[in-house]
Design a protein around this ligand. Sequence first.
Ligand SMILES: [Zn+2]
Length: 472
Amino acid sequence: MTGISTKEELFETVRQLEKIGGELAQVVWNDPEISGEEVRASGRFRELFREEGFAIVDEPRMPNAFYAEYGHGHPVIAFAGEYDALPGLSQKAAAHKEPVEEGGPGHGCGHNLLGTGCALAAIAVKRYLQSAAEAGEEISGTVRFYGCPEEEALAGKTGMAYLGMFEGCDFCLTWHPMTANRVLDTQCLACARVEYHFSGVSAHAAFGPERGRSAWDAVELMNVGANYLREHVPDRTRIHYAPLPPLFVPNVVPDRAGVTYMVRAADMPTMRSVKERLDKVARGAAMMTETEAEIRLIGGTCEVARNSAFADLYYRNMLEAGAPEYTEEELAFAREVQATLDPELLANEIRAYGTGGEGMAAGVEPRNHWMKVPVNSGSDAGDLSYIMPTMSAEFAAWAMGCSPHTWQACACSGTTLGEKGAFYAGRAMAGTAYDLLHDPEARERITEEFHANVTVPYEPMLSEDFLKRAAE
Ligand SMILES: [Zn+2]
């Protein structure tokens, strides 16, 4: 290609990268690795960026994390890519449930696409900066692609932030595969994961129950307490729990038992205060049962801080980049997938979005869609939004009605439906970066809003294990 100078030419650059992007998305989809094990996926992304002439910065304490950098000066624009898969979601690119490997991992959240879309945006912006320099116009600006592992464990970006990997960044763009095209001008929830381990005294449950102090009783009483706490917490708080191993039998008073909790709330300070109250419930349960409670923080993430100015810019670029069109064959596949969904839920979704009856969503959802519908889930992108202005959007990659973390989402993520979502995301993010490079007023508006919305200092929530490893 000759010189790249306009935004339209930048979009065209992303289109020319589709072959590379399609191959990358397929290779990662065909070789799913779960959180913490993304050795081959991170290797593939590194290789691509090395070939493209980026400098690679590794972090030995997190071997599956890296960033690739090109350019000089500010603004430094980060694209946060992911590539981890989910356990148990192995699935062929078929419209019926059929695993590649029974019980094996699969890309049920489409992170093969997420990484690919961000990679294409980063490479296109790099080629643009390079082309300008070759034409004698030095543009101040640096592009970085972040290979972020362990998103599904809600831990990757938090660890990277703790290790200083985002230092020097000014703006961050990312996206997530979903069923419609919409900018995420929303808050999500702050989230923490905590394990409560109780230890007591074991005994024969019939011969000498009075000698026992049951750790399982403590778990049960803690859960009862938590369920009473539930009514007296701020709106949008979520508390969920599941038992931890080991399992035991009824005729032994168990001397060890544990439960893992997730606490979510509208913002970090609220979440921390609910977690502290839950810790008290655990200590109370231990006191009642004469057992000992040990509280282990596994990790936590911030809510996603809002930034309307940034959402405006991203949204405009979603419109400019143009939503994809689908072939009859692709739409037929999407409708076959829809036929496996609950018909009532599907009808509700199509009604709510006003699109998707043909199989895939068309066009871009109205800018203020999320003002009406808060997202009650978490994302480790929340931590990024506390460090720098960060904006994400969802792009249609799955048949309308599909949910993340399902075989249907995994199947669509392995087809050209998913790829088209990644390519569209790549164009829209590259276009947004183009505006960030050229529009100082937009940069100022976004940065001002960031400082107005993020008023508490960023404090990563990490497990003691991670902190110990990081200190080595
Ligand atoms: Zn995901």
